[in-house]
Design a binder for this molecule. Sequence first.
Ligand SMILES: Cc1cc2nc3c(=O)[nH]c(=O)nc-3n(C[C@H](O)[C@H](O)[C@H](O)COP(=O)(O)OP(=O)(O)OC[C@H]3O[C@@H](n4cnc5c(N)ncnc54)[C@H](O)[C@@H]3O)c2cc1C
Length: 409
Amino acid sequence: MRYDVVVVGTGPAGLKTAEQTAARGLKTLVLEKRQSVTDSLMGELVTDKALKLLRISPDSEYVGNKFTAIVGESLDTGANIVVNRSLLGNSYLLDEDKCQELMRDRAVADGAEFRYKARVDSVIRDGQQIVGVQYNHTQEARGSLTVGADGSFSRVSATAGFTHPKWLLSYGYRFKLANCKNVDPKTAYFYVGRDVGLGYLWFYPRSETEVNLGIGRVPSSKDLWYRLPPMMDVLRKYMKTHEETKDAKVVGVNGGVVPCTGIIPRFTDAGVALCGNSAGQVSSIVGGGVTTCLHAGTLLARHAKRMVEEDDFSRESVYQYEKEYRMSKLAKNIENTGRGMWAVFKYAMFNDPLEAAEIVLRELDASTLNEIVQGSFGAATLMRLFTDFLPMVVRIGKGYLKSVAVSGP
Ligand SMILES: Cc1cc2nc3c(=O)[nH]c(=O)nc-3n(C[C@H](O)[C@H](O)[C@H](O)COP(=O)(O)OP(=O)(O)OC[C@H]3O[C@@H](n4cnc5c(N)ncnc54)[C@H](O)[C@@H]3O)c2cc1C
């Protein structure tokens, strides 16, 4: 059987693409190497935009908690910034399993077929055209459009020949904790610190007694990476040294990897498109990928429908998805944060990034920090940085220029 669309991967990017292609009446096949869509790390902290893309309400069973404030804090000195709801908008903690099941069930109801334990090895080519994938060594799935939504180590991307010269990955773990005490369920925390390295530790309450505690870290230089304590140890140390989590029980452990230097140079070709982590569609500084994946999947499905109607899966036709995607506000924010993360990486090669983080937490205001982290800053923010925070900008900027002079941009 030949499908209109073969989707590889059931993270938020693949599930959204499949939900939307099936809803548009396209013959959709989804291949996933795991045995179900649940029990994975889909990503949990999101804003209203993700709820809209998921078509769920804040009071529904798909939302586990809602925050009114987010605090950025140094584990070493306690310096902190509080970003409240007026700056942030609403922040929600998703119930990941329920959200993934929801998208799968919608796709299945509209006729999509799911195959589990189906590990894709490579794409299949007919001349220049990609016409499907080979999986489990001997099996084939053929389709007019192949979607690589198979994450940061995408086989579709690697075998279709996509390249990503500035590819920096952030590695993360998350503990689900129960039996916590006296947690303020309305406040989420992001921590920086010596033990954390180039990244952050997060504390997202699910309730007064349940917390998701995680850590994400970018290898800034080989030496620094090996001198840091293992990430699991950092989480356990946090648990031991904080009253709320001292007696907590770890009831779940997940890990994952996200790209953090922006969108890759090209993510479409004849008969193939990447979506989600595989394309670098992640808000780079915070490593937020849920909203960006849902947005990309929605857009890709709309273009898939057009391609089927026009019976045109040429390089130019598939590129229309990439073109429209790159013009979106979310893509521009990803590019901004990706450039920012690359600059931080460069800075950290020859300077102490934690010292810079401490300066930022001490001196920057919450509004400017929020805009930088979201990648939504414009000329006004840049002006404010140069007028209100000039000594800080000069100090950090000098270190950056030194790094660029030694290692190139
Ligand atoms: C620790 C951590 C915490 C995070 N927290 C948040 C958060 O709070 N908010 C947020 O917005 N984002 C968060 N993110 C980021 C977010 O989880 C990712 O950006 C998002 O999951 C990417 O979705 P995806 O569909 O592109 O890829 P993935 O979620 O990686 O899914 C890829 C799928 O493809 C499958 N697959 C891979 N290779 C193959 C193959 N060869 N054959 C078949 N199937 C294959 C995998 O099994 C997987 O199911 C977090 C990430 C991590 C690591």
